[in-house]
Write a protein that binds this ligand. Structure first.
Ligand code: FAD
Ligand code: SF4
Length: 444
């Protein structure tokens, strides 16, 4: 029996299992073949296509759409995967509305782009469903590479290196591979265990061993890896979180949004996952939207995103903001948390209004309170556990060219490395490019 949305506190089963399952259905359902043909027909197959320039992995988009249009989805998949081995996941999670689809000439002319993301999914799903892995390893080079972290950057790097004939060992701290594809991406973007299936499919290339529970800094050292392997690629992501710096942030019910999402992604039955009646999410990026939307889909009665700046400064795209609003999430702008109130457990959050002048944010002194039995912190992740011998650029690992760090024989890419957006597709591109550079140096 469902508890109901108005049950007080943080409880499981606010909605029935059936309602929760329906709520977490695929955000962009797969195309049927005839729908894919109609969508592909809308492409002008532009010369010097702007959509390709906008794609961080440089997929030849007009070519793969032409291949779908002419009835060859497997060939289309090969075109995509040549550039982006996680093209299936990227088709599901890329903010296409700010990348390829935003620059599509049909978006510019008619406000309705070719649905590149869904077409990409159609092609990659076809080869995944057939269990086909369209790449073969080159003859063994005898070289070995250690990759640290099995997220999108590490997996992409490992696959490219394995394809070039090198042997790769991935050291992954968690019990499961996939990084944020497995533990972070919203559940309605990666349904039916897609992240795990994609990793299994990627490993079909051969030559990649994943050592789960093997963490750099805990028994594994950078020097040890440099001695044992011909090259090292670091793709450890951003494991730390920023502090809220609000009084009472240690009260029960205040939690890091990424941890909540990880629990959600690993839950076998979402109706067993507790969620508050009144949820407040602090932040303005994708993580804030994902935590808020998923709280609502689990049955929280009131969910508010509180962001310290205006709408236009939000990291989450307009599409994601609209998605949140369409699910009943309230967006509050120009407010920052000053205190969490409650006797032991959170019951209210106090927010101060802000104003910004010349980019400088200041509190106005005026505050307001919201009921909040659960508060999620989604104010950004930070680099954690980077070896101290590496130079940093700001708060990330400094790199030059295709991911070369300040230490010889060590490359870095994905979220942990400076430069580039913190997106799955960018991590894949950086892993791939570092692999090509590692190959060049090792074989040089
Ligand atoms: C909640 C959330 C939602 C997101 N949604 C989207 C989205 O919809 N679309 C999108 O494009 N991007 C999204 N992103 C961003 C995207 O997930 C990241 O940019 C991407 O996963 C970065 O890949 P990565 O390989 O660099 O790092 P990660 O995916 O973080 O992988 C790093 C891996 O390294 C491992 N590791 C860490 N430290 C060590 C160590 N010391 N030793 C060994 N292993 C270690 C970790 O366990 C992890 O498996 C989201 C991020 C978050 C947090
Ligand atoms: S910009 Fe749009 S119409 Fe042109 S090739 Fe790309 S997807 Fe096709």
């Amino acid at each position: 029996m469902a508890q109901g949305q108005t049950a007080p506190g943080i409880v499981a089963g606010r909605l029935s299992s059936e309602d929760i399952a329906a709520n977490f259905d695929d955000l962009h359902p797969a195309y049927a073949p005839h729908e894919a043909a109609v969508a592909a027909d809308r492409c002008y197959f532009c010369y010097d296509a702007p959509c390709v320039t906008a794609c961080p992995t440089d997929i030849d988009i007009p070519l793969f759409i032409r291949q779908i249009q002419t009835g060859h989805p497997e060939a289309a998949a090969k075109t995509i995967l040549d550039q982006n081995i996680l093209g299936g996941m990227c088709a599901r999670v890329c903010p296409t509305e700010t990348l390829c689809e935003e620059s599509c000439v049909r978006e510019t002319a008619e406000g309705k782009p070719v649905e590149i993301g869904r077409l990409q999914r159609y092609a990659t799903d076809t080869v995944m469903a057939a269990g086909v892995h369209p790449f073969e390893r080159a003859a063994s080079t005898g070289k070995t590479v250690a990759v640290v972290g099995a997220g999108p950057a590490g997996l992409s790097c490992a696959h490219r290196l394995a394809m070039l004939g090198h042997d790769v060992v991935i050291h992954e701290a968690r019990p499961k591979a996939g990084g944020l594809n497995e533990f972070g991406i919203a559940a309605y973007k990666s349904t039916e265990n897609y992240a795990e299936a994609e990793v299994d499919w990627l490993l079909k290339i051969g030559g990649i061993t994943i050592e789960n529970g093997s963490a750099l800094g805990q028994g594994v050292t950078l020097d040890g890896l440099r001695d044992a392997y011909d090259a090292v690629f670091l793709s450890i992501g951003l494991g730390g979180v920023n502090a809220l710096r609000a009084e009472g942030e240690d009260k029960d019910g205040v939690r890091d949004a990424v941890d909540f999402i990880a629990d959600l992604r690993q839950a076998d039955d979402l109706s067993t996952l507790p969620v508050g009646r009144n949820v407040v999410v602090i932040g303005g990026g994708m993580t804030a939207v994902d935590a808020a939307v998923q709280s609502k889909l689990l049955g929280a009665e009131n969910v508010t995103i509180a962001y310290r700046r205006g709408r236009e400064a939000m990291g989450a795209s307009r599409f994601e903001q609209d998605l949140a609003a369409s699910k009943g999430v309230k967006l509050m702008f120009n407010v920052q948390p000053v205190a969490v109130h409650g006797n032991g457990a959170a019951t209210e959050i106090e927010l101060e209004y802000t104003s910004s002048a010349g980019g400088e944010l200041t509190g106005t002194g005026e505050t307001t309170r919201l009921a909040a039995d659960q508060v999620f912190k989604a104010i950004g992740q930070t680099l954690e556990g980077a070896p101290s011998e590496l130079e940093l650029d700001g708060r990330k690992i400094a790199v030059t060219g295709a991911g070369r760090t300040s230490v010889d024989g060590v490359w870095a890419g994905g979220d942990c490395a400076a430069g580039g957006d913190d997106l799955t597709v960018t991590a894949v591109a950086e892993g791939r490019d570092a692999a090509m550079d590692i190959h060049k140096v090792m074989m040089g």
